[in-house]
Design a protein around this ligand. Structure first.
Ligand SMILES: [Zn+2]
Length: 322
């Protein structure tokens, strides 16, 4: 079997070092002490949305006396089981975050945990809290200020649908304004190429967030990345258009098959002032690692049919990016 944290071969569900890293302590029992249906009974009412993140029921979790405790708020971890309409979303998101980690993107610690009925749930450590050991035995929690891009740009009053009416060019330009330079924009550009490569077609404004840290404004670690192409839920390939007012880049228009090509990403990057050299390097840093991505997919907890579908999406997107 493969470790439900690092996906490498293991004697049991987890390597003990992986569990220790995830929980910041040894000896934690990783079993969630309820069945999946008990979890849903305890979860607050939710509105099923069109997007996968909107359809997911989330609960929080803490560790107390080496046991997992579910809580409605104030937890150090977030739990997301797979919605019925999106089978294996938990396994899918866990895999995507592990791919991101392998590709050196900043990611929060993630794991697949089990309910007592054996079904899997995606667990992610919250990155907007920081524990500090101010007193000898007492840990205090500090909340780090976090805003999604809609709030940061004062767009929060727009209707929830308008998060899909923005364009990636506007996102890149906003990040240049916020950072007063190219570095956030450059990082987001890489994430956009990554999202496209792995079929995460739901990268909208609510999934792009900033952390206000003492060191300055940063993009949050990656979250809510999963291969949505496996479910065929989106009308268009990406959540936002490349250019404002639903306009697209030249190659996309010319090809007319709904896919982006390397030329589209080059046009987008150049239009906000990224250099051609940087754009090429960013794309190839990802496409050159396809073999390693493939291996992670094959070691993932997705069933073999979905693994193959994931590989098909990857190969399809890679060919267009090269
Ligand atoms: Zn492991």
């Amino acid at each position: 079997m493969n470790c439900q944290i690092c996906l490498k071969k293991a004697e049991s569900r987890y390597h003990s070092r992986c569990l220790k890293q995830f929980f910041d302590q040894t000896g934690v029992d990783p079993l969630i002490p309820m069945t999946a249906s008990e979890f849903y009974q305890n979860a607050p009412a939710h509105v099923a949305g069109f997007s996968i993140s909107g359809a997911q029921v989330k609960m929080q979790m803490n560790v107390k006396d080496k046991q997992l405790v579910i809580t409605a708020s104030g937890g150090d971890y977030i739990l997301k089981p797979s919605p019925q309409t999106f089978p294996q979303a938990a396994e899918n998101e866990h895999l995507c975050l592990q791919i991101a980690k392998m590709l050196k993107f900043e990611t929060p610690p993630v794991a697949l945990l089990n309910f007592t009925d054996d079904s899997l749930v995606f667990a992610i450590k919250r990155f907007d809290r920081q524990r500090t050991n101010e007193h000898e035995n007492e840990q205090t929690q500090q909340k780090i200020h976090q805003e999604d891009l809609m709030q940061a740009m004062g767009l929060a009053k727009l209707t929830s649908n308008s998060k899909y009416e923005y364009s990636y060019q506007q996102v890149l330009l906003d990040l240049i304004t916020i950072a007063n330079g190219l570095h956030l924009s450059a990082e987001f550009f890489k994430r956009l190429v990554f999202a496209y490569l792995i079929g995460n077609d739901d990268l909208h404004l609510k999934n792009i967030s900033l952390l206000y840290t003492p060191k300055g404004i940063m993009l949050t670690p990656l979250y809510d990345y999963l291969n949505t192409a496996l479910y065929g839920v989106n009308a268009s390939v990406m959540a936002l258009s490349m250019l404002p007012e639903h306009k697209e880049t030249a190659c996309f228009n010319q090809m007319g098959n709904g896919y982006y090509y390397q030329a589209d990403f080059i046009e987008l990057g150049l239009s906000v002032g990224l250099s051609e050299k940087f754009i090429h390097k960013s794309i190839h840093a990802l496409t050159d690692k396809t073999d390693k991505i493939l291996s992670l997919i094959q070691h993932s907890h997705l069933d073999p049919i979905r693994q193959q579908q994931f590989i098909d999406v990857l190969n399809n997107r890679k060919a267009r990016l090269e």
